[in-house]
Design a protein around this ligand. Structure first.
Ligand code: F6R
Length: 366
């Protein structure tokens, strides 16, 4: 049932190229220049009239929401707010009738997300679900939605759900960009073609398995770890840290790289591994100077870079390469080595990777 893999988590990490394809199959028609998702088409006016999109979710799904915030705002120029479902429901939130609420949930059973959806509906918002489990409570409670088609995710640590959630939300952003005219036709077309190539590129990113294993062997006993990223990759830093915490029990934190100087830099010494997400686009030079600041304090740098990078390689203790892609799509690639790194560290520490302590696959309690 694990298809020859030692753990479900590893199997699910390796399934990502094929499930991303399943997610966009029949929806992304790149050579016709079209993205078509029934739940979006049937409610297109709701989306185009929205002055604001609110995204509610928990955990890894909340991180996918943060990536989507950057992508939707950039592509479709609609303001997006992302909130933890638990915070949203307990604070008498302001919801306007013309708000669109997007609820993201792999299981479709998360109690806080479900309760937040009910509250948003009471306040008159249109609620769109992005779920993986077909027929789940959240998929039934929402007005419309799009499934991620990632197949069953058994490992408690979410992996393929995350990348397919981002894929669905990217398609949504591209559809809205087209109808709102916030992106040129040629740019739109370029993104469709690039999205179609992501399964191949994720496959290539999976080739980092060996190097992440070697890095894992060096840092498996670290008590702490810092993850840094900027822009689209700031949420990936949060997600990388969450993956490490939940399956290896190593304390890890994710930060926007530029926040280092506002506090976390005090933590840096020779025993602190810092994972820096540094693809060659999007504030690359700024990230390079962040790396220099960490180096100057003897921190250990593990950098995720674009293939062929030389500048970061010259500074970092270890580099992990991912293929080149457009900046908004880098999270689909940078997240892969971070999943693998957590996986190998957890295995080397003898942890129960698929069923970490204190965690359940779907959190149906408040
Ligand atoms: C992290 C993880 C949790 C879930 C969270 C939301 O690996 O599995 O943080 O992401 O409990 O679950 P869903 O997406 O099912 O609502």
């Amino acid at each position: 049932e694990k298809g020859g893999y030692d753990h479900f988590m590893l199997k699910e990490i390796y399934e990502q190229p094929s499930v991303i394809k399943d997610t966009y199959r029949g929806r992304l028609l790149a050579n016709q220049g079209i993205v078509r998702m029934a739940g979006v088409e049937d409610n297109l006016e709701k989306f185009t009239n929205a002055k604001r999109i609110l995204i509610i979710a928990c955990g890894t799904s909340w991180h996918a929401g943060l990536v989507a915030e950057y992508i939707i705002e950039e592509f479709a120029r609609i303001p997006v707010e992302v909130e933890y479902a638990s915070e949203f429901r307990y604070r008498n939130p302001i919801v306007y009738k013309d708000d669109v609420v997007i609820a993201i949930s792999q299981s479709g059973e998360t109690a806080d997300t479900l309760a937040a959806i009910k509250l948003a509906k009471e306040k008159g918002a249109f609620v769109f679900g992005v779920c993986n489990v077909v027929g789940s409570s959240i998929s039934r409670e929402t007005h419309a939605g799009a499934y991620t088609h990632a197949g069953p995710e058994i490992g408690v640590a979410s992996t393929k759900a995350f990348t397919t959630q981002i894929t669905v939300l990217t398609m949504l952003a591209l559809r809205l960009a087209k109808v709102k005219g916030t992106m040129s036709t040629s740019e739109h077309q370029r993104y469709l073609l690039e999205l179609e190539l992501m399964p191949e590129k994720v496959e290539e990113a999976l080739a980092s398995n060996e190097v992440t294993k070697q890095i894992a062997a060096i840092y498996k006993d670290a008590p702490n770890c810092l993850y840094l990223g900027r822009g689209y990759n700031f949420p990936v830093a949060l997600e990388g840290a969450l993956k490490l915490k939940e399956i290896s029990y190593i304390h890890a934190e994710g930060y926007p790289a530029a926040e280092m100087k506002h506090g976390p830099i005090a933590l840096i010494d020779e025993s602190m591994p810092v994972i820096v997400i540094a693809p060659n686009n999007g504030h690359y030079d700024k990230v390079v100077s962040n790396i220099q600041e960490i180096k100057a304090r003897s921190g250990k740098i593990i950098a995720v870079v674009t293939k062929g990078d030389t500048q970061v390689r010259a500074l970092a203790d270890h580099v992990i390469e991912i293929p080149e892609t457009s900046e908004p799509f880098t999270p689909l690639l940078t997240t892969i080595p971070l999943q693998l790194l957590s996986y190998h560290i957890a295995v080397m520490r003898g942890c129960n990777v698929d069923q970490p302590r204190n965690l359940a696959k779907s959190v149906t309690v408040e």
